[in-house]
Design a protein around this ligand. Structure first.
Ligand code: GCV
Length: 666
């Protein structure tokens, strides 16, 4: 349901601050005192006010004397806390939140409010928190028309009919993402179709306003730009990054932009990818392109975030040499060390494109002298489009925990992107947003857990999927034990259940081309935009080892050895790395074909179980919410059945091997 802008009734997701009058910490929330002032201070004051009144219908006032129970907010030197860290200490009379910068205090306040909301006891509460990843970003794929590419939660709340929209929802959004520690956001699509003019006089005034709203919640505004802007806007006949006219056009443009929007964080660029313009047209490298822009932004402290999603999207089916999985590494590894310090390479978690299961991109661990940002997707393009429940935090945890073996120690993905491995500061995590103008922000009510969870995980990658789910449920839906238990159980199983009825064992891509919803085993096999599984009557998969495309060689030795041997390669990725016969025996002891049949039946049974579990919540949560989720789960069952039947029937007809259990396979 789209929000009704006239009534301005927005659900505030995990910032609803449900009433809980009896709670002991109420007494601290009648007074506060701060030793600093400014825009961030104003937001902190507002936040404390909203919390106090929503939770306890109580006013909180600034109190100079701060004699009684008071919240004390302090900005003071403490180098170890850095720009965003904070410390909270609770005594009988005071809650003291200290940071180096006002934004650290803001994060501390959000942390405290979260803990109170989750019923964490404030007895002996004494904590220090510093974010693990320097950059914690959200990318929106919003077009200026108001449509969202791969958006499943309504229209954009940033754009409408070619204009920037700024209203109460903008601030609500800033509050939401700031409260989970997000500190950067791009508002427009990386495919810059209709947003060339964002960097012209026409929109800079509005961008300035947006950047200030975000700044006051500790968030840097970024925008996506087109590499061809000198041609489109400047009427030059080239966008060659080494061409003096092009360089000076960008210099002048950046001066103009920063004269009006001095707070801008920088640009995000998708170049030479899926038809987007880029340096390849001029026989230049991605380093040439990114560095030229980085030089323009350096004086303004701006950053260039440059995507590594570069591949041949028109691979002919007869071409068995090209391997899309190789392309990120092939394109960027040779440039390692050539990028300016204010360039950050944004790398998708896997070498393909946000499939339900992929190995980690070998660029992590491959690049050693380049700033890196891990890109994940919380908009559920390939994971059920927010019609299926699919809690993605367990997937992100696996990615972060992957050991690249690029060093003896500190060589997990989480070490690399936090800067620990290579001692870097311009690095972190980014997610493609799952939000829109739907009243609940994310279409599927349970998809809110992915937005919340991404922020929490980007701040602290050691948090568990269980902890994050529990926090989100308690704040957003209910503190009741039963509700927490049922919804946690559904969320925590949902990714693996989705995987069970999706494309098997890491092969990916068995979706309908273009919109990517629903099963179509040969959709991309016969599409011009080809990505191939090469199934025949004997087996399926592409040999990506040294005897095949050589993709496994892009990993460090230990991983190479695991992935390139069909027996040591984990089942869950077997079909990503190997061509496997239907009769091959997997680690589970089953043949490949029997695994495919069984997992697809199991996947449906899992979702049927979700419906049963959810039904236990009738009367325990808001009725409308109960019904909305129930409807989606019921749909999910029928869609999972479609997946099961299409996939099983395809493999049965290819292999002509009967299911051991003789279930109905069409
Ligand atoms: C924004 C996939 C998606 C595209 C997306 C692209 C990207 O190909 O289907 O919609 O474009 O990834 O990440 O740039």
């Amino acid at each position: 349901m789209e929000i009704n802008s006239k009534e301005n009734i927005y659900e505030l997701a995990w910032l609803e601050y449900r009433n809980n009058i009896s709670y002991a910490e109420k007494r601290y929330f009648s007074a506060f005192w701060a030793n600093f002032r400014g825009d961030v201070y104003n937001n902190i004051k507002k936040e404390l006010g909203i919390f106090s009144s929503k939770k306890w219908e109580q006013n909180i006032k600034e109190n100079e004397n701060h004699t009684g129970a008071t919240i004390i907010l302090i900005v003071e030197k403490d180098n170890a806390l850095g720009d965003e860290g904070f410390e909270i200490e609770v005594t009988d009379k005071k809650i003291r939140i200290k940071a180096e910068k006002p934004v650290g205090v803001l994060y501390g306040v959000f942390h405290l409010l979260r803990d109170i909301n989750c019923n964490v006891s404030l007895k002996r509460y004494n904590i220090r928190r510093i974010p693990e990843n320097p950059l914690r970003m959200i990318n929106h794929w919003d077009n200026m028309s108001g449509e969202i590419e791969r958006g499943y939660a309504g229209k954009s709340f940033f754009f409408k009919n070619g204009e920037i929209v700024i209203n109460e929802r903008t601030t609500d959004y800033a509050r939401l993402i700031s409260s989970v520690g997000i500190n950067a956001v791009t508002i427009n699509n990386v495919n810059v179709y209709d947003a060339h003019e964002l960097i012209t006089d026409k929109h800079l005034g509005e961008l300035k306003k947006l950047s200030e709203i975000f700044r006051n919640y500790g968030i840097k505004l970024f925008i996506s730009i087109s590499f061809a802007a000198p041609i489109i806007l400047g009427k030059l006949d080239s966008a060659d990054p080494l061409e003096p006219l092009v360089k000076s056009w960008w210099h002048e443009r950046c001066k103009l932009i920063y004269s009006i929007v001095p707070e801008l964080g920088g640009f995000l660029v998708k170049a030479d990818s899926e038809g987007r313009p880029g340096p390849f047209t001029y026989n230049r490298t991605h380093a040439d392109g990114a560095n030229m822009l980085a030089d323009c932004l350096k004086v303004f402290n701006g950053k260039i975030i440059w995507r590594c999603f570069v591949y041949n999207c028109q691979q002919d089916w007869r071409d068995k040499i090209t391997d899309r999985a190789r392309s990120g590494y092939d394109n960027f590894k040779p440039l390692d060390g050539e990028f300016r310090e204010n360039v950050i390479l944004q790398i998708k978690n896997g070498p393909m494109d946000f499939q339900v299961r992929e190995p980690v991109s070998p660029l992590f661990g491959g690049l050693e002298k380049t700033n890196q940002l891990l890109e994940v997707q919380i908009t559920q393009e390939y994971t059920g489009q927010q019609k299926h429940v699919c809690y993605l935090i367990p997937m992100f945890k696996e990615i972060l925990d992957f050991n690249t073996y690029c060093r003896k120690d500190n060589s997990k993905v989480s070490d690399i992107i936090s800067g620990r491995t290579h001692d870097r500061k311009n690095c972190g995590m980014v997610a493609v947003s799952n939000t829109g103008n739907d009243q609940n922000w994310t279409g599927h009510d349970l998809a809110g857990a992915n937005l919340y969870g991404f922020g929490r995980l980007a701040w602290d990658t050691t948090l568990s999927s269980e902890e994050i789910a529990e926090e989100w449920i308690k704040q957003t839906l209910s503190n009741s034990k039963k509700v927490v238990k049922v919804i946690s159980s559904i969320l925590l199983k949902s990714w693996v259940s989705y995987e069970k009825y999706n494309a098997p064992l890491g092969i990916g891509w068995m979706v309908n081309p273009n919109h990517h919803f629903g099963p179509n085993v040969d959709g991309y096999e016969y599409d011009r935009w080809g990505t191939y599984h090469r199934a025949d009557h004997i087996g399926i998969g592409v040999d990506r080892t040294e005897t095949g495309t050589g993709f496994t060689l892009q990993y460090h030795k230990k991983n190479q050895d695991v992935f390139s041997n069909i027996n040591s390669c984990p089942d869950k990725l077997k079909l990503f790395f190997h061509r496997v016969d239907y009769n091959f025996i997997l680690d589970s002891g089953k043949t490949l074909i029997q695994h495919i049949y069984d997992s697809h039946f199991e996947g449906v049974e899992d979702v049927e179980e979700f419906v049963k579990e959810w039904s236990e919540l009738e009367g325990f949560i808001d009725d409308k919410l109960y019904k909305r989720v129930k409807d989606r789960l019921v749909f999910q069952v029928s869609h999972a059945m479609e997946w099961r039947d299409v996939i099983n029937s395809y493999f049965y007809r290819k292999s002509l091997i009967l299911d051991d259990k003789l279930r109905v396979i069409y």
